[in-house]
Design a binder for this molecule. Structure first.
Ligand SMILES: Cc1ncc(COP(=O)(O)O)c(C=O)c1O
Length: 402
């Protein structure tokens, strides 16, 4: 791999495998396990992860865009690819040509598929149970049934909804419970189709897991009233949206790393970076690290966050630049020879070489963001390096394949 700047995202495939196994063990009867690999697999490298997930026996993969599905197909991914975003007639043609499965959420999309399909095309039907983004209203169920029953161009395979407040899914009277009940009710209309339903994202899945772990799985609880299909995103990348680490035992997959490019010796009173927003209160040693907001390290973290440097947390000082950020490493290097810190590894998030861990969840709070955004923000120009290749995978390089 050509890499003249030692900034990269390390992707631990053993950890991904572990997280998938957590799901496979906990839900052996799930009718559908569809890891979401949209948005470049939440920043982890979609082609590489899709291939790896296939090797783990994963049969379905979720993307948002037709373009994302095309990239996977053209890269030799054979799994069933679900395209969640809507499509026009041209999009319908591409979906069919590349044997992808559309998640249909409007009458126009049914028209487009009927217009272009020669053989029956398998679809999933999306119902809007409160997210108010995409999908049919539950009241449209009967009309949809009438349109799709014995339809020669369209074969209904599943019903879909999306939890918009999955964190409350254990609460049998909560918003998610209401959504699940709604989809369950819709599914009775479609009973003659012999289909399944999927609704659980990471928060829903982790909620079900939490209740399973506690031996609490009442059949009348919405989480257990159906054998729901699973659409995990964040959790397969190692993070529990419920924010509890006591169950599930997920393992973070991505570590964002760089290495110090150079050091600056500052006199008391000197400032660092654009706008001079940080002033040295003592003679200081500043490490210059070649990663910036163009790589996805949010500028709002300027003078806020810390990173792992030589096994210690050190503060980020001054404004984050497009290509660089600066650290105050004065206390760590005090009394030591700076030559010993040449090319020192810096961990922006994830696991440092000494095993210490800095969570992107922590950065998300500081950045007034969410873990999903911290992961998906990691930029295209950051090479992904895959480790833990215990299944004989060799990925030469991630950049350039996208
Ligand atoms: C339709 C759909 N299903 C599942 C997911 C996965 O969500 P999460 O990452 O919270 O598991 C997403 C993510 O946004 C989504 O849009």
């Amino acid at each position: 791999m050509e890499m003249y700047r030692r900034t990269f995202a390390e992707i631990n495939l053993d950890h991904l495998k572990h997280n998938i196994q957590v799901l496979q063990k906990a839900f052996p009867q799930a009718p559908f396990l569809c890891p979401m690999v949209k948005a470049n697999a939440y920043g982890h490298g979609d082609v590489q992860l899709a291939r790896f997930l296939e090797s783990l026996g994963i049969k379905h993969l979720g993307v948002c865009l037709i373009e994302e599905g095309l990239l996977l197909r053209r890269s030799g991914v054979n799994a069933e690819i679900l395209v969640f975003r809507g499509f026009d007639r041209e999009g319908a043609e591409k979906i069919i040509e590349y044997n992808m499965t559309p998640v249909v959420s409007s009458w126009e999309q049914i028209d487009h598929l009927e217009a272009v399909a020669s053989d029956p095309v398998g679809i999933h039907l999306k119902f809007d149970t409160g997210m108010n983004r995409l999908g049919f209203r539950p009241e449209e169920a009967q009309k949809l049934f009438d349109r799709l029953w014995q339809n020669k161009k369209i074969r209904l395979k599943a019903l879909v909804t999306h939890l918009f407040n999955g964190e409350d899914a254990t609460d049998s009277q909560g918003i998610s419970a209401r959504q699940l009940r709604d989809l369950n009710r819709v599914s009775t209309v479609f009973k003659p189709f012999n289909i399944f339903c999927h609704a659980l994202n990471s928060a829903g899945i982790m909620s079900a897991l939490q209740m399973k772990d506690a031996g609490n799985t009442p059949a009348d609880h919405p989480l257990f009233m159906q054998n729901w299909g699973l659409r995990p995103g964040l959790m397969i990348y190692g993070y529990n949206p419920l924010g509890q680490n006591s169950f599930g035992g997920l393992k973070p997959v991505m570590s964002l790393k760089s290495h110090v490019a150079t050091y600056r010796q500052l006199h008391i009173g000197e400032t660092v970076s654009y706008g001079g927003t940080w002033t040295a209160k003592q003679d200081s040693v500043i490490a210059v690290v070649p990663i910036g907001y163009a790589d996805g390290y949010h500028r709002i973290l300027s003078n806020q966050s810390s990173v792992v440097f030589a096994g210690k947390r050190v503060p980020l000082v001054g404004s984050i630049c497009m290509d660089y950020l600066m650290l105050d490493v004065t206390e760590v290097v005090r009394g030591k020879d700076l030559k010993d810190f040449k090319d020192q590894e810096v961990t922006l998030f994830g696991f440092a070489s000494d095993g210490s861990f800095l969570s992107p969840e922590e950065l998300a709070v500081q950045a007034k963001s969410i873990t999903w955004e911290m992961l998906t923000s990691v930029g295209e120009r950051v090479p992904r390096i895959y480790s833990g290749l215990d299944v004989g995978f060799v990925f030469e390089e991630s950049r350039g394949q996208r």
